[in-house]
Design a binder for this molecule. Sequence first.
Ligand code: SF4
Length: 220
Amino acid sequence: MTTATRLPTRNATRPAANWRTSAACQGVDLDTLFSDANRTQERIQGICRGCPVRLTCLRDALNYEADSYMRWGVVGGLTTVQRRALMCEDLLGNRPDLRQARELASPAWASRMRPLQYRGLTPAQMAVELRGHRVLASPVTVRLAVWWAGGKGGIVDRRGPGDTRQLWELVRDGSREVVDRLRQLGVGTRDVAAYLLVSEDALRRAITAWRAQDAVEVAA
Ligand code: SF4
């Protein structure tokens, strides 16, 4: 594994202006680049996987979107939802190792990463398993690697195959602390839902349940 490469902070130095001359997406029209259609986004993500300036592109996008607005489409290999989630990680003080995530998401690691995903392991559990491959990775880095490899590494987890709770119930039972922290940091419902990789409806139902629970406790 290579030297740690973390997400930029909001005050990070902006990359050199000419990095775009090495972009693998040169020649791709803007409508395609900023499409929200799944198949088009998958195609762009395939281009990003082989892009030599992927990390620089992602840093640039995160810097821009932290100060401005989120753009549609894939940038730096990540969809809008994935970038929203990364910004939440950043606000929460989590620092995924981008270079390590890229390595774990590469075809060279697919034969070791995919079986872990197929077993339904959480990013934290996958990080433990990876130690058997002599890799020390944080759960947030593993989650990022799963995203970049085309999977979904949510933070809302089931307790096992027999856990039949609906998604909103999983949020209600396991995510209140992180939701409260993000909302205190000023993150809106849409972005918190993106971070959890659940629908806004699922998050709202969980919030409603917490409010009802709080009201009962106050009245008691
Ligand atoms: S990472 Fe993707 S969007 Fe960014 S420059 Fe490379 S190909 Fe283009």
